[in-house]
Ligand binder design. Structure first.
Ligand code: SAM
Length: 393
């Protein structure tokens, strides 16, 4: 959206037009656009309103009904924190007894709205003018929130007792940036601010190597319905659990934390495949806490380098998906094809970890026939390629 589009939308008739549009439907967008222009409505406004209508519809997945009163940029929406994750960020500040948070890189303001929503005063900034303007609109219901256009690193922090940053990890063309020194702003420059304000929180990409994380951080990987969405770094009073690693699993309105015991992440033995196979949540794997999940299900690893846990006991644990092991066999195309033919398997789910097999190639080679369904796990067991036939419990 360009500045003219934003100005048009913010005029009373522009906002009324956006609010009056029917639920977004790609197939009808052209027809509606033509009709509105024929009625004499400014084409700039029509284009801006339809773009916002489309982005609002998309934003529902992250922000629920709040999206209906918000404005977005495409990039701002893609980078915005989901409502339930933002709420967890905000709770850390509130529970630490902080009152005034500076969100240095607010984007369209999803995190800032969560902070304001728990009663915190918020000073937000974004270096991009259009994005800062949109955040101002999105925070309009919170009189205790202000948005500044500018570099968050030079924000006036007088009266601020908590800092938050979610640095941009994309180039202007949308390509992902992996080097923390190339984030905007760079990671080390944000980290340096904790000498001025110890209550610092950061949202980073979940793939960041553990070696890039400072020792004094509580690093918490977060998954939503099994998808790993971020790692949060929490410092000082924002990390009452102290420095270390943990996983926060959010699913179906429930939150579940996996954290190591006082002696650090659990080390577990490798052992033979038992009655059950457990696939730990991705946030647990990223946090390096597979051993802790293994301990919870009285399990062992199938291989020292593979994040599959096996156990003879069945546990209902939100940190891992449990499968019953029906059969195991060494990896071999002919053997697997014969096995599946005998059982009339036409629909096969292929899971893999620690093997170079390409599932779609394997599926073609298996030439499946029949109505039955099955799930196979291709993995390494004690260093050897193995097939486990499983069913989800
Ligand atoms: C990942 S987005 C933030 C998303 C936000 N947390 C949300 O939930 O909507 C990062 C933002 O940082 C902004 N940015 C990059 N460098 C900045 C800087 N030095 N100061 C302030 N903002 C900056 C970008 O323009 C971008 O909008």
């Amino acid at each position: 959206m360009d500045p003219a589009g934003l100005t048009a939308l913010l005029a009373p008739d522009g906002w009324a037009l956006l609010s009056a549009l029917p639920p977004y439907d790609e197939k009808l967008a052209m027809v509606i656009s033509e009709r509105l222009r024929t009625e004499g409505i400014d084409p700039v406004l029509v284009a801006a309103a339809l773009t916002q209508s489309r982005l609002r519809a998309k934003a529902h997945a992250k922000l629920g009904d709040f999206a209906d009163g918000m404005l977005f940029t495409q990039a701002g929406l893609e980078q915005a924190t989901r409502l339930e994750v933002g709420a967890h960020h905000a709770r850390r500040y509130r529970d630490a007894g902080l009152t005034h948070v500076a969100d240095l890189t607010c984007g369209i303001g999803a995190d800032a709205m969560a902070f304001a929503g728990v009663g915190l005063r918020v000073t937000a900034s974004d270096v991009d003018e259009m994005t800062a303007a949109i955040a101002t609109v999105n925070l309009r219901h919170f009189p205790e929130a202000v948005v500044r256009h500018g570099d968050g690193l030079t924000l006036d922090l007088a009266g601020v007792d908590g800092l938050y940053a979610d640095p941009a990890r994309r180039t202007s063309r949308g390509a992902r940036v992996f080097d923390p020194a190339a984030y905007a702003p760079p990671l080390d420059q944000v980290l340096a601010l904790r000498s001025a304000v110890p209550a610092l929180g950061l949202k980073l990409g979940p793939g960041i190597p553990h070696t890039a994380l400072p020792d004094d951080a509580q690093a918490q990987w977060v998954s939503v319905d099994g998808d790993v969405v971020e790692v949060g770094l929490w410092f000082g009073p924002l990390a009452p659990e102290g420095p270390g690693r943990s996983a926060l699993l959010l699913s179906g309105g429930q939150a579940h934390v996996v954290a190591p015991g006082p002696d650090g992440p659990a080390q577990v033995a490798v052992g033979p495949v038992g009655d059950y196979l457990y696939e730990p949540d991705g946030a647990v794997i990223r946090a390096g806490l597979v051993g802790d999940v293994a301990a919870r299900v009285e399990g062992r690893l199938v291989d020292a380098t593979i994040a599959y846990v096996t156990s003879d006991a069945l546990h209902d644990d939100p940190a891992a998906t449990a499968y019953r092991v029906l059969d195991t066999m060494p990896f071999g195309l002919k053997r697997l094809r014969a096995y599946l033919r005998e059982r009339g398997v036409g629909r096969l789910t292929i899971k893999k970890r620690g093997t170079a097999v390409v599932p779609e190639q394997l599926r073609k080679q298996l030439d499946l026939r029949g109505d039955a369904a099955a799930t196979v796990v291709l993995t390494r067991v004690a260093g050897h390629q193995q097939i486990l036939v499983v069913e989800e419990v």
